[in-house]
Design a protein around this ligand. Sequence first.
Ligand SMILES: O=C(O)CCC(=O)C(=O)O
Ligand SMILES: [Fe+2]
Length: 201
Amino acid sequence: MFTKFGVFDDAFGSELPARLLDFAIANEDGFETTMTSYSDGSEAVDTNFRTSKRFVGKLGDIGREYRAAFVEIMPKLFEAAGVPMVENPLLENELIATGDGGSLAKHIDTLTLDNRDDVESERILSTVYYFHRQPRKFSGGEIEIHPLDGRADPKPVEPRHGRLIVFPAFAPHSVRGLTVPSRRFEDGRFSLNCWVRYRTR
Ligand SMILES: O=C(O)CCC(=O)C(=O)O
Ligand SMILES: [Fe+2]
């Protein structure tokens, strides 16, 4: 029993992924080890759960450009994930670099905070846009969409340059281990997450 999900190759043409890749490589110093968030609101580095680096700086113009392009195709993304479109959504971006040995254990992206008193919006749609050097210098790193009931093998999707995947934020998913023989930052797997959030108040 799987949720719907959609895979869009060449989702935003060929120029945008090339520039996102240049931006990520030029800003290597702005990446820090990705933390994991827990339901009590705390965060920690947990290398058993996730190994990647997250860009902690501002995406600036390229972020604005990405979100403008994203909004254009948003109706078809909701449709592909089988989720009703929400009014006046918020977009949350995260730029990630995954290198040799990187992976991400099975999880959902919906917030699971125990205390929701201060929660003003919730993730409803998860999207991940991939880019990397050509030809690709890594192997593995497929995202896997898992069945809701755990009664089937997960469906792997390759993180191809220019590809966007969309699924409901509550769909369980994971990332298979990555091998980057050169171990160079620029040869890794780059991804721009964009969560669509609905306002709860
Ligand atoms: O990089 C991917 O393919 C998935 C990333 C992800 O699931 C997340 O950051 O929550
Ligand atoms: Fe996720």
